[in-house]
Write a new protein. Structure first.
Length: 195
């Protein structure tokens, strides 16, 4: 996302019209939910790459150690297996490190509309989540150590429902603060209307 495409707290998309509604009703359509408007911050690719490298090291270091410390007089299958395993894992993890972060970046999206928070995530199975603004109870911004290195933050929106919460991961820290502030103000307006 370029600077000109960065969403602001005032950026609110209008809900999509019920274009997929059929004569039988709006819930009988076979169409997937529409895509949320905004991608996560582009620096999320770097964060996900570092996370993949760290994960790969947890497997590669023991595999390399096994290759080094297996004696030559061990059974042949064990010597060959421990010699091949680090290279096979390295090839697998290299492909994962090069492909997965970019794929996640293409898939993970978010949007705040007048009515709710809408996210899409997942790489093997996709998850679309819509949380109505009126159901928001708390909004938190979190920044883990790796997120701070890349200038990122996550916005957690909690509701009364166990399944109604949503997390918008890997936003740049300024956007995350703006979104959290905007959602908090909107949630307070609904609270004031309810009393």
């Amino acid at each position: 996302m370029t600077e000109s495409e960065t969403p602001s707290a005032a950026t609110v998309a209008e809900p999509a019209p019920e274009a997929n509604a059929t004569a039988k009703g709006p819930y009988t359509s076979q169409a997937q939910p529409r895509e949320p408007q905004w991608q996560v911050a582009s620096s999320a690719i770097g964060l996900w790459t570092v996370q993949e490298v760290i994960g790969a090291l947890f497997f590669l270091i023991p595999a390399a150690a096994a290759s080094i410390f297996v004696p030559d007089d061990a059974p042949r299958w064990l010597v060959v297996g421990t010699d091949i395993l680090p290279w096979a894992l390295a090839a697998l993890f290299l492909a994962e490190i090069l492909i997965l972060p970019r794929y996640k970046y293409a898939v993970h999206r978010w949007e705040v509309t007048n009515d709710g928070i809408y996210t899409r995530s997942g790489w093997l199975s996709r998850t679309w989540i819509l949380v109505p603004i009126s159901r928001i109870q708390t909004v938190d911004v979190t920044r883990g150590p790796l997120q701070r290195m890349f200038g990122l933050a996550s916005v957690s929106v909690r509701t009364a429902s166990a399944h109604g919460s949503v997390e918008i991961d890997q936003l740049d820290q300024l956007t995350a603060a703006q979104v959290a502030d905007d959602l908090s103000k909107r949630a307070n307006l609904y609270d004031d209307d309810a009393t």
